[in-house]
Design a binder for this molecule. Structure first.
Ligand code: 1GP
Length: 265
């Protein structure tokens, strides 16, 4: 059996090489929160604002048919990649362009570290769905993802512990490392911790959770992160149906991130 071409990974790596960073927007396919009708407009607004792609995932349960409809609607609004970011087996479908094949390495439950992935792996391989392996490191206080995946959250202000886990991920051969503060976190992961990890390892660092302003996103890039993920921030505008603000705020965020790259050069 042959492996699929790593098109989405290559696209993200090109974004990082050419622009100095990539930006991904997380959309939670929570049937209690999401208005299916608004998804194509949301995707269009995010595309116009300059995001590099959409991540689809969350910690709550949803049925596969609903997930497929979510992806169809998003794809009606954008041709940028749609990448699955599953919280469990139910978050996997062949409709997406790629899948973050992730493991929360600081979980204390081997179901979340490897067993769920093992159950899903053969069908993912048969589908030929592109996978991007991702070490998912969840920081204090852990948020919903940390609670559900039974993690022992990484301390926010002990970069040496974060470095140890991130380096283990690199040596295991993971494609990328995700430093997660938890969706809707009050504060993002400290820049110093992001900087220390990014400086030490050679695979791209993704950072997310609680990033709500262009300044915060820019500081993550200045610290050395390669990819910034935002979700909750745009949900706030989505609830009001304010698609124009989604594009505008995102544009501002991307230009702040660009400016941070220039300062680094
Ligand atoms: C959650 O890091 C992502 O997995 C996004 O977090 O919703 O706080 O932007 P926010």
């Amino acid at each position: 059996m042959t492996s699929p071409v790593k098109k989405v990974k290559e696209y993200l790596m090109n974004e990082i090489d050419n622009n100095g960073f990539a930006h991904l927007t997380l959309i939670d396919p929570d049937p209690f929160k999401i208005d299916i009708q608004s998804l194509s407009k949301l995707a269009e607004a995010l595309d116009k604002g300059g995001t590099s792609g959409m991540m689809i995932g969350g910690s709550t349960a949803f049925d596969k048919q609903f997930l497929d409809t979510v992806i169809d609607e998003i794809k009606n609004g954008t041709s940028k990649p749609v990448i699955l970011f599953p919280g469990n087996i139910a978050g996997v479908t062949r409709k997406a362009d790629a899948l973050f094949f992730l493991s929360p390495l600081n979980s204390t439950n081997h179901y979340y570290i490897v067993r769920a992935q093992a159950i899903a792996a053969p069908i993912i391989k048969v589908w030929g769905l592109e996978t991007i392996s991702l070490a998912y490191l969840i920081f204090e206080p852990g948020g919903t993802a940390g609670y559900v995946a039974e993690v022992q959250p990484l301390p926010r202000d002990k970069p040496e512990i974060a470095i140890a886990f991130a380096t283990a991920a690199e040596l295991f051969g993971f494609d990328m490392v995700y430093l997660e503060a938890g969706s809707g976190a009050k504060e993002p992961i400290p820049y110093q911790t992001v900087g220390a990890v990014s400086k030490f390892i050679d695979i791209p660092v993704i950072v997310g959770g609680g990033i709500r302003s262009p300044e915060q996103a820019a500081k993550m890039i200045a610290a050395g992160a390669s990819i910034v993920v935002q979700g909750t921030h745009y949900e706030e505008y989505l609830e009001k149906g304010d698609f124009e603000s989604i594009s505008n705020v995102l544009r501002e965020t991307i230009s702040a991130m660009r400016a941070a790259v220039k300062v680094k050069e």
